[in-house]
Structure formats: structure tokens, C-alpha cells
Design a protein around this ligand. Sequence first.
Ligand code: ATP
Ligand code: MG
Length: 757
Amino acid sequence: MATLPASEPAWLAGLNPAQREAALTTEGPLLVLAGAGTGKTSALTARLAVILGQRRAWPSEILAVTFTNKAAREMRDRLAAMIGAEAEGMPWLGTFHATAARMLRRHAELVGLTPGFTIIDPDDVERLLKRLIGEAGLDERRWQARHLAALVDRWKNRGWSPDDVPPGESFAFANGRGAALYAAYQQALRALNTADFGDLLLHMLTILRSHPDVLSGWQRRLRYVLVDEYQDTNAAQNAWLRLLAAPAHGGHGNICCVGDDDQSIYSWRGADVGNILSFETDFPGARVIRLEQNYRSTQHILSAAGGVIARNGARLGKTLWTQAGDGEKVEVIGVWDGPEEARLVGERIAGLLAGGAPADSIAILVRAQFQTREFEDRFIATGLPYRVLAGMRFYERAEIRDLIAYLRLVQQGDDALAFERILNRPKRGLGDRALERIIRHARQTGTTLPQAAQALTETDELAPQARRSLARLLADLRRWRAAAPKLAPAALLELVLAESGYLAMLEADRAPESQGRIENLRELGRAMEDWPDLTAFLDHVALVMDNERDTESPKVTLMTLHASKGLEFDHVFLPGWEEGLFPSQRALDEGGAAALEEERRLAYVGITRARRTAAILHAANRRIYGQWTSAIPSRFIAELPPEHVAQHTTMTGGASLWRAAVFAPDAPFADAGRAAGRGAGWQRAARHGVQRPATIEARATATTIGAMPRGDLGVGDRVFHQKFGTGTITAQHANRLEVAFDHAGTKMVLDSFVTAV
Ligand code: ATP
Ligand code: MG
């Protein structure tokens, strides 16, 4: 056996004894079970370097599974920094999907595919399922393709082929025909020589189970198996790992999994934390190493997170300590409403940047995607560099772009791109064929698409049904255009959402993400309320979209809690800790007490991303469709140990009462067992405390707080704007200016986008 050089490399010498053991115990099964920031990923990477450095295996003989492609890249980089060129060419370092796909290419014919099989995208999956549902004589409106797609995905995550689906599960669709449809779907995929995401693993499972020669080939080939974020593996992934490495299947048993049961946050995607619990059964003689020193966070941050997660029932339990010192207490900040929350976080970040903190050492972690909007708008307005990670920027999401396209058409009837985008969204029988005809007609006659469309409603070129549908769309657009000047922008949005059938389309959709889309559209309504008219709003959107050119310089990160797993930042902001938003009411409605525990794990993940400071925010009021709704602080706030928390509120008046309510020992959510209800005492305190009814006055205050004007500009001043050129200010509303531009007409712009000339 080769050994490492006599003088140990710095990366190995720098590990603590437990990490060292994890890195150097290369033979036999090993489970590293440890809390956040204890250096699990670091130890796993060191172990990889040891295996390669000791020449126990070639790079092509190690399977190393990471949670995201980004994590795989990082591991590769760190490895290169440790051992240099040895690290190159690790074909089996990547996510479950990526590595399984690569394997499947070599055996495709064993499941009826050719090596060049394609991977089908989710839109095509739905189309295919829809056809199959129709062919089975079922009503496609009642039995929706999206619902079946979600079920099939769930079954695949469990490692079930159509024959394995238990009758009870099959009954989840079309009175028990679920499994038969699943079988027909698999047949159809094969005929198309294509596989969906779930198939990548499932097919490999099938092959390894039914072809002992293939299995033993891979067992010999992949001599070491390493898995990060093991707590979030699903049944299919775990079965695949067992086949490749477990002695019961003839494997070598050289498998090392690292994870933290307290960070299991993907059960909604089929992840099963039970995999950690059964590791010692699956791999007899497994060693379990616990890491206890946290290298990431200060004591206050660790203890605050520890206090919250301690409320969970089903835990393996871990000790965590740090040498980083007490540091600053976790802040809990109460604000009046969402705009103030965004303003406050923006100001804090500006202060950190001014103090020399790099922008990329700061993150804002949200529970729901739509929450990024308020921050994005604020950051655009103040010129703060930001990016949205592992998710889309608000205005780039499909549903938002669809509605923006509708609105652009209302504003400006000749917008060809917008017209093309919404023509068949929702579906109204104007598919590709109709679009082709319209485009051809536009070309032949030299008119715009909407004009050509109008012309085609008066000829018989289109099928009668398509013609009627087109005429109706054009009439809708005309009607909305006529109504627009009399309506506030948000009301116009509501009208379009309702009359176009777009909202109904999402509401009828049972796919898990459609609810999030509806939330995003509601948030769009809230965004529009900040603008006096549609033109001003659409100009703003154009500028937001323009803003994302520079990809080089460091940026503040906005992302969901789910996507933040495994990452760390010096400064973390956690906004929106309010009942209903976090914990998410939707998750609780669907999953009950188990879901509450998962939400709590998310809180734990969020706080433990912070190295130096963590600030939790909650607003007393949220605005939904122009209505102010009182919000109750998240029960997780009451679970934070008071000695590790510093509370502030930017509100006056009822704040002290509010504080008493949150931190009182008998606060309604202090007891984790009382998961479901909202205590009456809580609501009483809320009513008499900060939850003042929203008055016109309150609204006015909130708006002013949310948007401080620049002091150096006034009506009559000449200004320059990058997009619209020079002009004269004709009116000023908070941080928005009405400017009569010399060549671009009168527009509403944000004052941070102009310079005085
Ligand atoms: P998570 O649970 O969030 O995935 P983790 O357990 O994987 O965290 P790492 O990301 O590996 O933890 O490490 C957390 C931080 O601690 C990193 O900044 C890492 O560089 C640092 N670190 C890890 N081990 C040591 C060590 N022995 N000495 C000093 N710093 C360390
Ligand atoms: Mg990690």
C-alpha cells in the first residue's frame, strides 16, 4: 500500500482528529454524522485526496456524489488545490442524475434504448402523458397530465417500476389506472428512445438488479463511493448506492456517506432521512464518526440555531461547539411592512459594503421564491449589486413574463414578441400551425403580427375554431386597452388574469409548482401598486431586465433556504419569519406535524449558513392584492433562546407588547407540541399591539419609509437618463420622478437612475 509522504500536506494536518479519521479510514463503510458547519464536506474532500494521493484508486475508479453541479465543481477545485493534477479526470464526480445518466449510456440497450437516447424535458413529458390519458378514454380535464407526471416522478424516486406500484398508490390517479398509465408511458418513452429524469436512476437500478455481470463489473470498477448530503437521498438513490457498494450484493463496502439529519429538507421530493438510520444495517460493521467542532459560526449563532432545532422530536441528537467566540447575538428585527423590510436590509447591506465586506459574503435567504421581488426592486432602485442563485430572478420567471407580455400588448398593440408569447397561453387552440399562418401573412403583407392576426379573423385561412378563438383574444385585448386608463395597474392585472383564463389555468393545475406561480403573480400585483400607471411600471421592468449584464463583479446573493444547503456566508439575512409564510401554511396544510419539523430544519439550515452575523426579520403587515393583512411573528422566533438573541423593532407604540408576546414563556408557539393552532392570547396581544388596522395614514407612512427621495433633485431640474437621454423633472413622488424627456416623451423613472446635468 502506498503511503503519504513523511511530512503531511497542510490540508491533512489542518484537520481535527475526527475529520482525520474520516479521511484516513478509507476501507470499509463509514458514516459521518454531524451538525452544520463541522467540516463534513471538507473531510469528504480530504478523503478523496487521500485515496488519490495514496494511489488506492485512479480518478476514474471513484464515485463521488454531490448535491448540485455547483458543489461538484467546488469539490473538483478544492481537490486540485490539494493534490494538483492527480485530481483531473474524475468522470464519476457529480450529482446522482449526472453520474447515473453517464452510466446508463453504456447499457442503454438493456432497457430498450440506444446509447444515443435523449433526455425528455418536462413540457414534453406532459404532452406525452396527456396523449396517453386521452387514448385511455379518460377525461383530460379531470385527470390531468401534470398530476400524473408528479405521481410518476414520486414512484420513480421510490425505485418503483410500473409492476412495483402498490394498488393503493395506483388509486391516486383515475380510479386505480395510475400504474397502467405509468406502464404505457414507459413504453412510449422507449419507443421515442428517450428517458425522463427519474428514469436515469430507475433504469440503472433495473439493470443492476437483473444483470449480475453488469453489477459486478461496476462494483469492481468503482472501488470507492463517497456521498455528501446523505440525509437528502431518496429510496431509489439509496438502493443504487447499496447495489454498488453493499457486501450483501457482493460489493466492497468502501462507502463513506456524510450528512446531518437536522438538515433534511427535501422530503417533498422523496428524500428519506431514514436512509441514515438504516446505514448500519445496510452496511454491517459500519463505523460512525461524529464531528462536534463547528468551524463556521460564532457561539451565539450556533446556540440560537440549536435552540430552535431542539424542539424537533425525531432527532439523532448532536453536540456542537465552536472556538470562534461568542460573536454578535442573532438579531430579530420587527418591521412595519414588506417595503420597510427591504429598505432596512438594503441599508444594512450598504453599511456592510461601506465597511469593506465583499458583496458575495452577504446573503438573503427566503422561504418562498416570490419574496425576492421586494428586495430586487429595492436593490435595483438603490443600485446594489445582487444575483438570484439557483432560481430565477423574479421578472424572468415564465408566468411573470407571460403576464408582462399581456400588459405590453395592452399598452402597445403592435408588440410582436409579446403577441407570439401569449397567443396560445393559456391554450386556446392557436398552436404552432396558427402561428405559422399569422407569421406568413404578416410577411406577405408587411404588417405586424397583431395586424396580420386581425386580418386573418376575416378570411377563411384558419380553421373556424381557431379563427373564433383569435377574434376573441383580439377583442379581449381591445377591451382591456380601453379599460386601462381608468384602472390602477394592479386592478388591470387582475382583470387580465381573470378574463384571459390564465389564472384559471393555474388554478386547475395540480402540479406542485402551480401554487408558487399563483403566488408570484400576486406578488406582481403588489409590485404594480408602487407605480402610478402601466407605462411607468413597464419602463421599470425594462430597466430591471437591463440590469443583469455584468456577471463578473461580486454580488449579494438572494436565494431560497432550500438552495442554500451546504453554503456559507459571513452575513445572513432571514426575512419574512411570519406565521403562514415561514413556517409555510401550505406545507403545514399538506404535511401536518411532520411538515412543521421539516420547516424547523429549514430554519436551522438558514441560521447555520451564517459565519459572523445573522438577522431575522418579520413584518407586522403584508400587503396582498392591495389589502393589508396583519402578520403574526413566526413561532420559530419564540423558539430562539432569548440569551442568544437581540431584538429590535423599528416600530413605536405596541412594540413592547409585541415583544412580551413573542418572548413570554407561555407564548403560544413556545411549545413545539402545539403545532397546529394559533393561541388566542397571541391574537389578543397582536390586536392590541402592533397590528393596528391599516389606515390611509399608515399606508402613506409606509410608502414614504419604503422610498426615500434623493435630496438633490427638484422639479425643473435637468437630468440625464441612460435609456431616455436628457429631460426636465416635472413632478416628484418619493423616489420616483416624472421627467419630460427631450426625445422620449414623459416617463416615470427612479431617481437613482438619473444624474443631474
Ligand atoms: P454543512 O452542514 O453546512 O454542509 P459541513 O459540515 O459540510 O457544513 P464544511 O462546509 O466542510 O462543513 O466546513 C465549514 C467551514 O469550516 C468551512 O469554511 C471550512 O473551510 C471550515 N473548516 C472545516 N474543517 C476545518 C478545520 N479542521 N479547521 C479549520 N476550518 C475548517
Ligand atoms: Mg457540507
